[in-house]
Design a protein around this ligand. Structure first.
Ligand SMILES: O=C(O)CCC(=O)C(=O)O
Ligand SMILES: [Fe+2]
Length: 247
């Protein structure tokens, strides 16, 4: 059984910038998850993104495989990813399409014309924490996302994150947790087996590839030494992605 969780709501339209910053900090320390409203991304644009998602993912598999993932960009098929690397399930019941910075020209873009024309313990996205710094997430409103606030406690308690119309769901990733010596929480989350079509768009914000992610001075002391060794951002990401694809 799961309970609905009341996450903090950060309103970016407030003129009191300092108070916004303090609320974000508190949300990152207490939950590692919050809703962001009045973020400035127009509803119309988000609607168009979901329309394009629906068009792409409705294509026959052979069409989608033409954009199959290269250089971490492009299409990944159903069950190709397993976010919970400790699980014995065959993979997660989701398809994805990854894009990244425009400047490196690695993205694969379907042409407009290409877009003319889904029991066992399998999750939409199995239990994981995100790898990077911060994730901005928008969903089509179909429920499924859950968080586990105490990842090391057994039995795990999973709470629903209800969708909030127009809001982004923001969460902290593992590199931010490493940076802050666990002051900011990278919270375990998952998506329940969908049972119906569900779209979500995640914007994963990562440090530059050569950035050394090491405990910030303000986050450690003699009595609270760094819990993680320094690591280059790209090395960390590549290892996490490698485990997700079981290769
Ligand atoms: O679809 C969702 O609600 C969450 C997806 C997710 O956790 C992820 O892509 O990392
Ligand atoms: Fe995630």
């Amino acid at each position: 059984m799961s309970e609905a969780l009341h996450l903090p709501i950060i309103d970016l339209s407030s003129p009191d910038r300092l108070s916004i910053a303090n609320s974000i900090r508190q949300a990152c320390v207490e939950h590692g998850f919050f809703y962001l409203v009045n973020h400035g991304v127009e509803e119309e644009l988000l609607k168009k993104v979901f329309e394009q998602c629906s068009k792409f993912f409705s294509l026959p598999i052979a069409e989608k495989m033409k954009f199959s993932r290269k250089n971490h960009r492009g299409y990944t098929a159903l069950y190709a990813e397993k976010l919970d690397t400790s699980s014995s399930a065959k993979g997660d019941s989701k398809e994805s399409f990854y894009i990244g910075p425009l400047a490196d020209h690695l993205n694969q873009w379907p042409l407009e014309g290409d877009l003319e024309s889904s029991g066992e313990d399998i999750y939409g996205a199995s239990a994981h924490s995100d790898y990077g710094m911060i994730t901005l997430l928008v969903t089509d409103g179909v429920p499924g996302l859950q968080v586990c606030r105490e990842k090391s406690k057994q039995p795990q308690i999973w709470e629903d994150v209800p969708s909030m119309s127009g809001a982004f769901i923001v969460n902290i990733g593992d590199m931010m947790e490493r940076w802050t010596n666990c002051l900011f929480r990278s919270t375990l989350h998952r998506v329940l087996p969908p049972g119906q079509e569900r779209y979500s768009v995640g914007f994963f914000i990562n440090p530059n590839k050569d950035c050394l992610v090491e405990c910030l001075e303000s986050c450690c002391s003699e009595s609270s030494p760094p819990r993680f060794p320094p690591i280059r951002s790209l090395d960390y990401l590549e290892e996490r992605v490698r485990l997700t694809y079981g290769s």
